[in-house]
Design a protein around this ligand. Structure first.
Ligand code: SF4
Length: 448
C-alpha cells in the first residue's frame, strides 16, 4: 500500500469505484487456498469489468498453474519483489497513475515478481524492508505489526511456508529499531513482533546478533509502549529473553509458542525436536521467571500416523500445561512437503473429531485461566467503541489487555462513564468475566 500510494494510487473503501482490486492471498493450507480463490471468484462476479490482481502467497506458490487456469484474475503478483507492485498495477490499469514507471507488457494474465525459491546456488531474496514514507496501518488503533524476518529454515515436514516464503532472512537491528521509533512517533502503543519464527531471528546473520540482541535494542527506546512477541518456535526459543522481559515490563509476558503436538515420535516425524515433557519444562521455566506469563499455542491434529495413543498424549499434555489459549488445526496434505507422501494418513473426519475435542476442552481451560485476572488492575489498549456515541459520552468499549493478542484471543469489555479514545492505553480494574472475555472499568484517565 505504501508503494502504491507513492506511485499515485489511493485506496478506496468502495469497490464499485475501484480501478483495480488486489486480492492478497494465503496458500498455507487447503482451507486458506480455497478462501483466497473464492475471494477472486466473488469479486469477479460482483465487478465483472474491474481488473483483479491476485497477490501474495497463492500467486507465488501456484504461478504456473493459475496463469493457465484462473481467467477470473487479470494478473498474478508474488511476494518476493514487492517493489514491483506499482508497475504490475500500472500494467493492468495503464492510465490510472501519475506515471513514472513504464509498465511491462501484458497479455491476458501474467505474473510479476515470481518465482520463489531461488535456483540452487542463486542469491536468496531480500529480507522485508521498512519502506520509506508512511506505511498505512491496517491493524486496530494503537497497534502495529513489526515484521523482523521473512522466510523460515525450520522445515517442519507438514509446512509449505518455506516453499512459499523461502529461507530465513532477518532484517538488520538498526533498521528495526528505527521503524519502532517511527511507529511510536505515530502514536502506536503496541508493537507486535512477527516473522515466521522470531525465535530464529539473526540465525542467518551471526554478525549482528539474535532475538535477545534485538530486544535489548528495543529496550533502549524511551517511552511507554507494549512489545508483544508472536510466533516463537519452542525448540529455538532463547531462554535469555525471559530475563530481558522480566527486567523491562514493556515486553508483555505473553508467549505465542506453536507446539503442534506432545507425542515425541509424531513431533519427530514433523521434523521438530521436542516432546511433551520438554515443553512442560519450558512452560515451567517461563512461569517461574514471569509468574504473570500468558501462554498461547497451536496444535496440529491428524498428522500422518497420529494414533489414538499419540492423541491421548496430546490431551494429557493439554491438561497438564493448562495453557491460557490454544488453537487447533487439522493436518492439510500439501504437495512438495516432506509429509505429503507419508503413509497412514488420518481420515479427515477423525482429524476433525480430534480438533473438536481439543477445542472443547480448551474452552474450559481458557476460561479458568482468565479467572485469575478478576479483581486485578490491568492496562487496556482501547480498540473501538461498541455502543452508539449518541447514547452519551461513556459506554461500552472493546480493547485488549496484555493477555489478549489481536484477533485470536478473548477481548476486554470496558464499561466507561467517560469517553475513551481508541488507540489509548488506560488502566482498568477487572470486575468479572464473560466466557473468556474480561469485563473491566477504567481506574484512571487514558494516556492520550
Ligand atoms: S517453524 Fe513454522 S513456518 Fe517454519 S517450517 Fe515450521 S511450521 Fe512452517
Amino acid at each position: 500500500m505504501a508503494l502504491l500510494g507513492k506511485a499515485g494510487w489511493s485506496a478506496t473503501e468502495n469497490p464499485a469505484e475501484a480501478d483495480l482490486i488486489i486480492v492478497n492471498s494465503c496458500a498455507f493450507i487447503e482451507s486458506a487456498k480455497r478462501e483466497s480463490l473464492n475471494a477472486v471468484f466473488a469479486w469477479r462476479k460482483q465487478y465483472p469489468g474491474t481488473k483483479i490482481l491476485l497477490a501474495g502467497c497463492l500467486a507465488q506458490r501456484y504461478a504456473a498453474e493459475l496463469s493457465l487456469s484462473l481467467p477470473e484474475a487479470d494478473g498474478l503478483f508474488g511476494n518476493t519483489s514487492l517493489e514491483g507492485i506499482a508497475a504490475a498495477a500500472a500494467a493492468l490499469v495503464p492510465d490510472s497513475t501519475s506515471g513514472g514507471e513504464s509498465p511491462p507488457s501484458l497479455q491476458t494474465c501474467t505474473s510479476f515478481g515470481l518465482p520463489l525459491p531461488p535456483p540452487p546456488g542463486g542469491s536468496a531474496p531480500k529480507p522485508p524492508q521498512a519502506l520509506p514514507g508512511t506505511r498505512p496501518l491496517l491493524s486496530p488503533p494503537g497497534s502495529a505489526y513489526l515484521k523482523i524476518s521473512e522466510g523460515c529454515n525450520n522445515r517442519c515436514s507438514f509446512c509449505a511456508i518455506p516453499l512459499i516464503r523461502g529461507p530465513l532472512r532477518s532484517r538488520d537491528i538498526t533498521g528495526i529499531s528505527a521503524e519502532c521509533r517511527t511507529l511510536l512517533d505515530r502514536g502506536i502503543r503496541e508493537l507486535c513482533v512477527i516473522g515466521q519464527d522470531i525465535a530464529s531471528f539473526g540465525d542467518d546473520r551471526p554478525d549482528q546478533g539474535d532475538l535477545p540482541a534485538l530486544l535489548e535494542a528495543i529496550a533502549a527506546i524511551p517511552g511507554h509502549f507494549w512489545v508483544r512477541l508472536l510466533y516463537l518456535h519452542p525448540d529455538r526459543l532463547p531462554l535469555s529473553i525471559l530475563d530481558i522481559m522480566a527486567a523491562d515490563r514493556r515486553f508483555l509476558p505473553y508467549f505465542d509458542i506453536p507446539l503442534q503436538h506432545a507425542s515425541r515420535p509424531l513431533l519427530q516425524a514433523m521434523n521438530r525436536r521436542g516432546d511433551g515433557e520438554h515443553y512442560l519444562d519450558l512452560i515451567q521455566k517461563i512461569r517461574t521467571t514471569l509468574p504473570d506469563a500468558v501462554i498461547r499455542s497451536t496444535f496440529l491434529v491428524g498428522f500422518p500416523g497420529e494414533s489414538e495413543d499419540d492423541f491421548a498424549q496430546l490431551l494429557d499434555f493439554q491438561e497438564q500445561a493448562a495453557l491460557d489459549w490454544a488453537g487447533c488445526f487439522t493436518y492439510s496434505r500439501e504437495e512438495n512437503t516432506p509429509a505429503y507422501p507419508m503413509k497412514n494418513q488420518v481420515p479427515r473426519s477423525l482429524a476433525a473429531k480430534r480438533k473438536r475435542m481439543l477445542e472443547e476442552r480448551q474452552q474450559g481451560i481458557s476460561e479458568g485461566r482468565m479467572e485469575r485476572f478478576v479483581g486485578r488492575e490491568l492496562e487496556v489498549l482501547i480498540e473501538e467503541r461498541f455502543t452508539n456515541p449518541e447514547e452519551g459520552a461513556g459506554g461500552l468499549y472493546l480493547g485488549r489487555a496484555y493477555c489478549q493478542a489481536p484477533d485470536v484471543d478473548g477481548v476486554s469489555l470496558v464499561h466507561s462513564e467517560t469517553e475513551l479514545i481508541p488507540g489509548a492505553l488506560i488502566r482498568c480494574r477487572v470486575n468479572g468475566r464473560a466466557g473468556f472475555d474480561l469485563r473491566l472499568q477504567p481506574t484512571a484517565k487514558a494516556d492520550g
